[in-house]
Design a protein around this ligand. Sequence first.
Ligand code: TRP
Length: 328
Amino acid sequence: MPKKGRVFSGARPTGRQHLGNYLGAIKNYVAMQADYDCVYCIVDLHALTTLEEREDLRQNTVDMALDWLAAGIRPEETILFVQSHVPEVTELHTILSMFTPLGKLTDLPTFKEKVAQQPHNVNYGLVGYPVLMSADITLYKADAVPVGVDQASHIEFTREVVRTFNHRTGRPVLVEPQMKNTEYPKVLGTDGVNKMGKSLNNHIEISGTPEETQKRVMTMVTDPQRQRRTDPGRPEVCNVFTLHKTFTPGDEVAAIDTACRQAGIGCVDCKKKLAANINAHFADFRERRAALASDPNHIRDVLADGAGRARDIARATMAEVRDAVGLP
Ligand code: TRP
């Protein structure tokens, strides 16, 4: 089957993935392989812009790659690689920066957020973050980029820089990418209020043991109005119920809904059911992951092979780009 075009997406190396990563990104990355030539990148250079303490980038990269592979990324067809292994991206970043008005970068809400988050570390790389991202995407001439809405302004920026580059050089070398909104209802963390994330420690890892998973699930905040076991609950405001809708068979979900409203089931039992269903859902995944992790050379080889294939595309694009800007 001919594919519909090339997809590129990137994610920072955040280590072991959680339910939010899985439902919001990974599942979609896996599914897109059927219709597109996919290039998935672990953006370690981007991660350097916000590193305040030394995190273990290497271990986080391996852990994330293992999760992606075990979840169904197929490295025989999909290019899976680490951003810094293809240094052409930094050259393209520099060239694209010449086509970027500085004010456009400092006006971006994402930049202002980062300044507010880390006022003591407003580094140059932070300003150039969207330029590096547009270099990622255009180096591989991606037609589409699956990302969440929070990245919309960066994709729009990429489209603009492509138009500027192609217009000013008079050479339509770069491809204007479409944003593919991977809309998935925001996955909330165990606190029931904030988006699931490592930094808030409200996450549930997909590669955890059944015990670890259950322990995490048991800390989940439920309907705050339901204080006693005998109080009726409101599934529509309960994040445990929201996750049941994803991990529990439909008829059982309906039964939980009714039982919760009538105080027929307590939160503890409801959470135990959820933990059991999450564990069942990821049982095969965890087995595959353990097998992949047992051979550290394997993941290294997969990433090296991905970098090699990515680099072939990158070199070809850079030859055209250098020529277009007139580098001797
Ligand atoms: N900025 C993206 C994020 O924080 C990560 C990213 C870097 C990316 N380069 C990319 C996403 C290219 C899509 C395409 O989530």
